[in-house]
Write a protein that binds this ligand. Structure first.
Ligand SMILES: Nc1ncnc2c1ncn2[C@@H]1O[C@H](COP(=O)(O)OP(=O)(O)OP(=O)(O)O)[C@@H](O)[C@H]1O
Ligand SMILES: [Mg+2]
Ligand SMILES: [Zn+2]
Length: 519
């Protein structure tokens, strides 16, 4: 008897590999063995598969059953092998066909968890699986109904959603058709994202609004420091509304991470809005950057990939937790290792932080009614909670003063997010052309080589920087951050050359360096 193979897939990191599910039925005492399945969840598959088959008016073969998942050395986890195992078993025992005129079971990828009554339930990581199926030249993907949208963003692959094991069996018996899921209209999804809030709602705070615009335009990390109720959280939440539209590639990258985590809603094909993640300050370092027992999972910094990671109340985070952010911020990806596996997840984010300047919150707040009551020692201790190396990686720091009542009452509506987004988009287009053929996307990612190439400054600019670097004692690292931010400001201005006003504005965004200087 020839062995029947059903193709399925296993996800490692954010990519999937093909897995062949083979079933061998031998005479002998009734038994069930699995080979190549190290993970507990897969071993439990037997219980679900057996029950699903019996409850679907199908027969569990009275044989010695051996299930082999090949290749054996590839780590497999999850419940998605239920359906391919059941199908291989049913085809091997002659309850449905494995090939017919013009088709073979091997042209399909099959994934899905089975419930005890034979329903097919959604699984994680279907988007990378669909990509793998397409790359392998398979014709169709048979999958749970709830996963159809995420798979159908892959063009040129027939996506065949099912809800019950019986539908699959009847399909391979030639008794029914499986209707194809309609392809996702990806490009129209990408057109204009809508948000429930807008920058127009923020009154006053011109400097902070501008700083966030610069941050989004150049991919710079930013820290807002200011009194309670001044609008820091409000402004940060609006950052994604002015971000440049996602490209298809970016959308695919981000969606893969959510697919692997099982975080995509049924009706979501592709994530087309840049993510905004705001983890609470009690988060662990594993939650933030990824890891965990068993197969390491992506953390918040990867869930924010191609979007904004917002850390509100920054000094409340564990210092150690913030330390671990350094590597992903530098490398735009996280490598998480556990004893057996080491996985890399993308993590390219705009980091936005917010904090009060002191424990009471009112130091230098500009408020006439509320004065800071903190001692210098308390203030120092509070600010020292921030990790120095993390601060070193933040391009922009600004003060957000308390809003005056008159501003709240009189200031007209500010610029809308749509207007700001146009400028940001234009600045990003300039950057894309500038970095054509290089592996960078935005000014924040420039290395010394690119700084040299693209950030030339004239004599007046040199004079200004000389005063700042020498007199205020700024480090070389600060110097390069000023250059990058100035480059972005010039891009927003549509200027080829960095001019003195661009540098002057960039220097303003180094609040903490100025405070720490003895002048
Ligand atoms: N500049 C502003 N324009 C309009 N409304 C504002 C502004 N600042 C604050 N508000 C109002 O005050 C509320 C609180 O602001 P927000 O939470 O952003 O302050 P915060 O700076 O984050 O304060 P905290 O330091 O306490 O976290 C907002 O939801 C908004 O209703
Ligand atoms: Mg806040
Ligand atoms: Zn105070």
């Amino acid at each position: 008897m020839n062995v029947i193979r059903v193709t399925s897939a296993a996800v490692l990191g954010v990519d999937a590999s093909l897995i062949q599910v083979e079933v061998d039925l031998a005479y002998g005492i009734q038994a069930f063995h699995t080979v190549g399945l190290p993970d507990g969840a897969v071993r439990e598959a037997r219980v679900r598969v057996q029950s699903a088959i019996k409850n679907s008016d199908l027969e569990w073969p009275v044989r010695r059953v051996t299930v082999n998942l090949a290749p054996a050395d590839l780590r497999k986890e999850g419940t998605g092998f239920d359906l391919p195992i059941a199908l291989a078993l049913l085809a091997s025992s002659g309850q449905c066909a494995a090939s017919g005129e013009g088709w073979s079971i091997e042209q399909f990828m099959v994934v899905g968890e089975l419930s005890l009554d034979g329903q097919v339930r959604p699984v994680r990581g279907v988007l990378p699986m669909a990509i793998a199926a397409h790359e392998a030249g398979l014709q169709g993907l048979i999958l749970p109904h709830g996963n159809a949208r995420e798979a159908s963003v892959v063009e040129g692959l027939a996506v065949l959603p099912v809800t019950h094991l019986r539908e699959v069996v009847e399909f391979f018996r030639g008794e029914r058709d499986l209707p194809e899921a309609p392809p996702s209209d990806v490009w129209s999804d990408l057109d204009e994202p809508t948000y429930p809030f807008d920058f127009a709602e923020v009154r006053g705070q011109e400097q902070a609004r501008r700083a966030i615009e610069v941050a989004m335009a150049g991919g710079h990390s930013a820290l807002m420091i200011g009194a309670p109720g001044s609008g820091k959280t409000m402004i940060a939440r609006r950052a994604p509304t002015i971000a440049p539209r996602m490209t298809f590639r970016e959308a695919l990258e981000t969606t893969k991470i959510y697919s692997v985590m099982g975080l995509l809603a049924d009706d979501v094909g592709l994530i087309t809005q840049r993510p905004f993640r705001a983890p609470h300050h009690t988060i662990s370092s594993v939650g933030l950057v990824g890891g965990g027992n068993g197969v390491p999972r992506p953390g918040e910094v990867s869930l924010a990939h191609n979007g904004v990671l917002f850390l509100d109340e920054l000094p409340e985070f564990q210092r150690r937790t913030l330390e671990v952010l350094r590597q992903p911020l530098e490398d735009q990806e996280v490598t998480v290792s556990r004893s057996l596996v080491s996985l890399t997840y993308p993590a390219s984010v705009v980091l936005i932080g917010a904090m009060n300047p002191c424990p009471c919150g009112y130091q230098n707040s500009g408020s006439e009614t509320r004065q800071c009551r903190c001692t210098p020692w308390q203030i120092e201790r509070y600010q020292a909670r921030l990790s120095g190396p993390l601060l070193d990686r933040i391009d922009i720091h600004i003060e957000v003063p308390a809003v005056r009542y008159s501003d709240l009452r009189d200031a007209g509506a500010g610029e809308s997010s749509a207007t700001i987004r146009k400028r940001v988009q234009a600045a990003r287009t300039i950057q894309r052309e500038r970095f054509e053929g290089l592996d960078l996307h935005c000014n924040a990612q420039m290395r010394p080589r690119e700084l040299e190439l693209f950030c030339a400054i004239d004599d007046a600019g040199h004079k200004l920087l000389e005063r700042v670097v020498d007199r205020l004692g700024m480090s070389a690292r600060t110097f390069s951050r000023i250059l990058k931010v100035a480059r972005t400001i010039a891009d927003l201005d549509g200027e080829e050359d960095i001019q003195t006003p661009h540098l002057a504005e960039a220097i303003q965004y180094r609040l903490l360096d100025r405070q720490q200087s003895p002048y």
